[in-house]
Design a protein around this ligand. Structure first.
Ligand code: BGC
Ligand code: ZN
Length: 357
């Protein structure tokens, strides 16, 4: 079975032929990989920059891949809700089985840190021709979403973030007088796949949306922003409005800290991106503003199965309201045998690169 492997903490990625002797219990589901998305996490691991990446126990390599679209080709005797031919997406994180959140299916809020993540920490991923998983870890997609189903995993993380934002903002009245969110501004730093998916979801919730980057938009970014009625802001020269919700997808403190004084009273700063080697001081004026304005800073990572399921509904809805738009987020499609350069480096103009098996 052709597989794309890494050997963290070492940099490097290779395609190898593996014969994994995986256990076939009555609960197994054999899935043929159709596509994998490549994201910053994969690139961080492949370039040896993500310290939390680790190989599964008993192996000296890790099969990469956590953004997946697959098709079921065989199911064990005890499998009830999934059948041959179904399109499926696996959730990423598998719980520690030891804390209350993991035991309740909320391993995205694991308290012990002893969780695993496919293709990232301690479990093989899906950048391979086939993989085996259990029903509880798989989300079924309607066939109509085949072309964009690979976007479900990144989207699930954004659904989880909004779930948390909604719960936190119940601390007071945050909706507008007509009960909508149309009087609220959401600013998103970064216009990659995560930034644009945040823009889509914020628009769907009714926010006025501003997508920000330190440059002019590409023509594709412009098209996407126009289609969803979001405004693109070049942070180096355009005027920046005030925000009720500021979402950073860049991970650069020097990008989001200077914008904290643009956050309105009772607002939120959401930190979603991570990176290395940048710093920016948080001076007392900003601390005072955060305190005096009841501003919440929220970090968010990963997603539960329920967030994936809500993501399926969103993809279906967006497929109707913005026909053809989501496909445009997939800017590059590469065959598995040609994928390595794309895993190591982001090609120019990329929104999402997808590996085809
Ligand atoms: C994945 C998450 C995962 C995170 C780890 C992301 O790329 O989508 O599921 O928890 O990486 O930092
Ligand atoms: Zn990812």
């Amino acid at each position: 079975m052709k597989s794309i492997i890494v050997k963290p903490p070492k940099a490097g990625v290779e395609m190898v032929d593996l014969d994994l002797k995986e256990k076939l219990s009555a609960k197994y589901i054999l899935v043929k990989t159709i596509e994998n998305g490549i994201c910053g996490t994969d690139r961080g691991i492949a370039n040896g920059n993500l310290s939390f990446a680790r190989v599964p126990s008993g192996y000296d390599y890790l099969i990469l891949g956590h953004e997946t679209l697959g098709m079921v080709i065989e199911v064990g005797d005890e499998v009830k809700g999934i059948k041959k031919g179904d399109l499926v997406v696996p959730i990423v994180r598998r719980g520690c089985n030891n804390c209350l959140n993991c035991l309740a299916g909320r391993q995205d809020y694991c308290e012990t840190g002893q969780f695993s993540e496919i293709g990232i920490r301690g479990l093989h991923g899906t950048m391979r021709e086939f993989f085996i998983d259990e029903e509880k870890n798989l989300v079924v997609l309607p066939k109509s979403l085949k072309e964009i189903g690979v976007l479900l995993e990144p989207l699930s993380n954004i659904v989880k973030t909004f779930e948390a934002v909604g719960l936190i903002q119940k601390r007071m009245i945050w909706n507008c007088q007509d009960s909508s969110f149309e009087c609220r501004n959401a600013g998103i730093i970064g216009s990659g796949p995560i930034g644009l998916l945040f823009a889509l979801l914020s628009r769907s919730k009714g926010f006025n949306v501003y997508v920000m980057n330190k440059r002019e938009p590409s023509s594709l970014e412009e098209q996407i922003c126009n289609a969803i009625e979001a405004k693109f802001i070049n942070m180096t020269k355009d005027e920046i409005p005030n925000f009720d919700l500021l979402i950073d997808t860049s991970g650069y403190p020097s990008a989001f800290i200077p914008l904290i004084d643009k956050i309105n009273k009772n607002g939120l700063l959401v930190l979603f991106g991570t990176t290395s080697k940048d710093s920016h001081p948080l001076d007392t004026n900003l601390v005072n503003h955060i305190v005096e304005s009841n501003i919440t800073i929220l970090g968010s990572v990963n997603a539960s199965k329920n967030n994936f399921i809500e993501g399926v509904n969103l993809l279906s809805a967006w497929n109707n309201s913005y026909p053809e738009l989501l496909k445009k987020l997939i800017t590059n499609k590469v065959k598995a045998e040609d994928a390595i350069p794309y895993i190591l480096n982001k090609p120019k103009g990329e929104i999402k690169t997808v590996i085809i098996w």
